[in-house]
Design a protein around this ligand. Structure first.
Ligand code: TYD
Length: 191
């Protein structure tokens, strides 16, 4: 069964789409919905360190990788081997885009993440960062300034090409986004 990663900048509507997908797919097929950063040891540490500020891109990347390792081992790999569809709200393309935008080499991040199960489909919710920021209430968070998000978006649009992908204009109505995503997942299930 496929591993589906939903990606996009904050405010693009990933969580609405993920919940919609889960609700529809679970009517017919075994599926789990999961996310990164997780609520595990490293995910919690990451949120703390990010809130404090002063974390280097290298340290951030190291913690996201540790979190992912745990996520794959405890959640993703077992679900896939039980024949479940896995939908993950963020996966390693987030590391390419965000840590890449913080100055790390995103091509290298993609390579280093080849050791994890590769997504069978990446759904990228694409939207101009100006709009994403206006959708969020807190405007000056760690990962939320305009120039930074522009870079994140650029890298996303580049790295997504390495995977089977569906790029959706996140300005579309939620029902339309869900419909497009479900159609692509059906195609993916047919092979
Ligand atoms: P987010 O999806 O907003 O989680 P939550 O709402 O539970 O805090 O993710 C938090 C931030 O982490 C988000 O701005 C993107 C960033 N991030 C990375 O920088 N690299 C990664 O590899 C991942 C998975 C997330």
């Amino acid at each position: 069964m496929p591993l589906i990663a939903v990606e996009g900048i904050d405010g693009a509507g990933k969580s609405t789409l993920c919940h919609g997908l889960y609700k529809e797919i679970s009517k017919k097929l075994p599926v789990i919905l999961t996310y990164e950063p997780t609520r595990g040891v490293y995910g919690r540490k990451l949120r703390e360190r990010i809130k404090e500020g002063n974390i280097s891109p290298q340290e951030e990347y190291r913690l996201f990788m540790l979190d992912r390792e745990e996520h794959v081992r405890n959640v993703i790999a077992p679900a896939l081997s039980q024949g479940k569809i896995v939908i993950t709200d963020r996966y390693f393309l987030s590391s390419c885009a965000y840590q890449g935008a913080r100055g790390l080499d995103y091509a290298r991040i993609c390579e280093e993440n080849l050791r994890f199960p590769q997504p069978d489909l990446v759904i990228l919710l694409d939207l101009p960062p100006e709009l994403a920021l206006s959708r969020k209430s807190s405007k000056e968070e760690h990962f939320e300034n305009l120039n930074f998000l522009k870079k994140v978006r650029e890298i996303y649009l580049e790295v997504v090409k390495k995977h089977r992908n569906l790029v959706i204009d996140a300005r579309s109505p939620a029902e339309e986004i869900l419909k497009k995503a479900l159609e692509e997942i059906k195609k993916c299930l047919r092979g």
